[in-house]
Design a protein around this ligand. Structure first.
Ligand SMILES: [Zn+2]
Length: 341
């Protein structure tokens, strides 16, 4: 018998150190009974937006918050932790990386229209919001346009441009920028990461601490290193663009294609920095640079153009257009090989 996937927490999640400003602002609004009926948490991946949302929904349901956070002991908190609070609904794709379907959003209607099970607020957490197609987004819009009393929607997105403007305009946006390097490193150290790995993964993660911690996992490192090796092989002409694209169409479990493209961009940026400032860098990157024709800065134009292609490809993957991943990768690898031809 298959058991429906549910979430369970041993304790109430707490906001992260770099969330304090957003947390305080929202906490005050909640306390004053002026919480907007729809929130949109935006910011790059790996900053803990989901953890923030979890802490916030628990707080909004808690009977007796303490020090601005859910108590973790009352009946509401216990129900929330068990994933069975009648006034809390989590809406996620059926499969990771899959779409949020219009049927899932329609089911929301039932939740929103009935009365509160515990007599307080009702919370809907929807993530990732950009996974809604147009039909699903329009179905949600109906709920946002005629908000049921005491319902708070919490939408989470890494890619707000992938959302309908009409949805964005109905929500109060809460931005999550990356913390300072100091704060991020401190957090990574307190989670058992050491130098120089902490610094390296933090750079690779664009300053996002949770993503950095993920990137430090051995499995993730292994995949990343293999991807880099394949990039070198394509650049050296020892592997074909098409077959390499086929291999990476579906990366290993827990690794998103969009993340791999992000690394690719990162390596490219480093290559440009090394080349234009005449630095010496990572030995593997130097191998690539040596194969890059020409040495003047002008010769970097094709590299910049390729960077833009990567950017567009990432946008495509993050948006709702659902591009053909195989074709997208083939095109990128072919262009990549041409850089070194
Ligand atoms: Zn409580």
């Amino acid at each position: 018998m298959s058991v429906p996937e549910t979430f369970e927490y041993k304790s109430i999640p707490v906001p992260l150190p770099w969330h304090s400003e957003q947390w305080q602002r929202l906490g005050l609004q909640l306390q004053a009974g002026r919480c907007p009926h729809a929130l949109l948490l935006t910011g790059p991946e790996g900053l803990g937006k989901r953890q923030f949302a979890a802490a916030f929904t628990a707080l909004a349901l808690c009977e007796q918050p303490r020090a601005g956070q859910a108590c973790g002991e009352c009946k509401d908190c216990r129900l929330w932790m068990a994933g069975s609070h009648p006034d809390f609904l989590q809406v996620e794709p059926e499969k990771p990386g899959g779409p949020l379907k219009v049927e899932q959003i329609r089911q929301l209607g039932n939740f929103v229209s009935r009365t509160s099970g515990r007599g307080g607020a009702r919370l809907v957490c929807l993530s990732p919001a950009e996974a809604m197609n147009v039909n699903a987004a329009n179905a949600l819009l109906k709920n946002l346009e005629e908000p049921a009393p005491s319902v708070i929607f919490v939408l989470i997105t890494d890619a707000p441009t992938g959302l309908l403007p009409t949805i964005r305009s109905r929500c109060q946006s809460i931005a999550f920028p990356p913390p300072t390097v100091e704060v991020a490193l401190q957090w990574l150290y307190s989670n058992g990461l050491e130098e120089p790995l902490a610094q390296r993964v933090l750079t690779l993660a664009g300053g996002a601490p949770l993503l950095a911690a993920e990137l430090a996992e051995p499995k993730s490192r292994e995949v990343r290193e293999q991807f880099f090796k394949d990039l070198v092989a394509v650049a050296q002409g020892t592997a074909s663009s098409v077959s390499t694209a086929g291999r990476w169409e579906t990366p290993a479990e827990g690794v998103e294609l969009v993340q791999l493209l992000h690394f690719w961009q990162h390596w490219l940026t480093q290559m440009v920095q090394i080349r234009s400032c005449d630095l010496s860098g990572d030995a593997q990157l130097m191998v690539l640079l040596q194969r890059l024709p020409g040495s003047s800065e002008q010769n970097l134009q094709p590299v910049f153009a390729f960077y833009d292609h990567l950017l567009q490809a990432r946008k495509g993957l993050l948006g709702t257009a659902n591009p053909n991943r195989r074709l997208l990768l083939e095109e990128l690898f072919i262009r990549w090989a041409k850089l070194f031809a």
